[in-house]
Design a protein around this ligand. Structure first.
Ligand SMILES: *Cc1c(COP(=O)(O)O)cnc(C)c1O
Length: 366
């Protein structure tokens, strides 16, 4: 049996390690494992959302409202857009997949930064498209425009703020790219962490409204990060009706579960939980900056719910990540992105305390 030759080019997505693995392999008691690897909300889903999920358990036999009327209305109100300009996906990941399938073929190329969200490449390669990357891990306007002019890619991915580095493009820089690209190229503005960036500095705030009148830009958002619903798999794309209409042709029926839909609708209403999430994050990420400075570790200024620590040659990031893992602290090693760095999701105060202590131990700074 011969699989599609496009598959030869695809590496499997490397997900954050689960808590169960650390319990199993290193015998760390479950309660002591600290998972700071997948950019999940350390406060969890809000109590209101948990109650709604329980209340909907008895309706697990029913298909969800496939029009997703209430969720779209909620998002439309929040962002001041029309429901017809919104597509809901099983995570914004699924919107990325729809975009890829709706636009890409073997003749096409896509453009992204050197170090960015791994799924852009995977979905593009599933369609046989060629992947182009800028030289720098930061999103640099001139690098994007140079490669754009040379190759005229079909899709450009702007990850703002960027995962896995945590830095962000300013809104004005993003629009320098958007304004220079003609309408034959779709620009995906992936704003999975925009709640954090906008809270930190309004110069980084991009809203769906900003791109709606453009024929070739789609804004992506998710409930997985600031809203604390990673396990429920709900994300969205917002763009003009023509883009939405076309990408929705790729959508399987009932792509969000009944429980996920109810959870997302409630999460959108629970502004208190979002505010608490952002407040805790802002306090705690300062501790990571102070800790790094005190211990001579470089870091990338973060606009997300994680921070990237960069190590000098004295240290090896894979080694550090492994040693942390054995002590029950899960972080993300960025060696596979050719960075001698680890990405740490900002946890609760207690989780962060444990991280700092363990890192000092494994770096022999104690
Ligand atoms: C987490 C993340 C997503 C999407 O996550 P879903 O859980 O699929 O909504 C998209 N882009 C980036 C950059 C992310 O970090």
């Amino acid at each position: 049996m011969k699989f599609n030759d496009t598959l030869d080019e695809i590496k499997l997505y490397e997900a954050g390690k689960p808590i169960e693995l650390v319990v199993r392999e290193f015998g760390v008691p479950k309660e002591q494992v600290v998972k700071l690897a997948s950019n999940e909300n350390p406060l969890g889903a809000s109590k209101r959302v948990q109650d709604v999920i329980c209340a909907f358990a008895s309706r697990a036999n029913l298909y969800p409202d496939d029009s997703m009327y209430e969720l779209k209305e909620g998002l439309a109100k929040k962002f001041d857009v029309a429901s017809s300009q919104i597509a809901i996906g099983a995570g914004s990941d699924q919107i990325l997949e729809f975009v890829s399938r709706a636009l890409l073929g073997k003749e096409d190329s896509v453009l992204m930064s050197q170090v960015t969200f791994a799924m852009y490449e995977i979905y593009a390669k599933q369609m046989g498209a060629r992947v182009l990357r800028t030289p720098s891990y930061e999103h640099k306007v001139d690098e994007f425009l140079e490669l754009y002019k040379k190759h005229k890619p079909k899709v450009i991915y702007l990850c703002i703020p960027n995962n896995p580095t945590g830095d962000a493009m300013k809104k004005s820089d993003a629009f320098e790219i958007i304004d220079a690209v003609d309408k034959e190229t779709l620009i995906v503005v992936d704003c999975a962490y925009m709640e954090y960036a906008a809270y930190k500095d309004s110069a980084y705030k991009i809203e769906p409204k900003d791109i709606l009148n453009l024929p070739n830009v789609i804004y992506l958002g998710t409930f997985s990060k600031a809203y604390g619903l990673g396990g429920m798999r709900v994300g969205y794309g917002i763009a003009n009706e023509k883009i939405i209409h076309n990408i929705l042709k790729m959508r399987p029926p009932f792509n969000i579960s009944t429980l996920s839909l109810a959870a997302a609708i409630e999460a959108l209403k629970d502004e208190v939980h979002l505010e608490e999430t952002l407040k805790l994050h802002t306090e705690q990420i300062k501790r990571y900056e102070v800790f790094a400075k005190e211990n001579g570790i470089k870091y990338i200024e973060s606009y997300t719910n994680f921070i990237t620590y960069l190590f000098d040659e004295k240290y090896n990031s894979s080694d550090i990540a492994n040693k942390l893992l054995q002590k029950g602290v899960i972080v993300r090693d960025l060696a596979s992105y050719k960075l001698n760095a680890i990405r740490i999701t900002i946890g609760t105060e207690a989780q962060n305390d444990i991280f700092f202590e363990r890192l000092l131990e494994v770096m022999d700074l104690k």
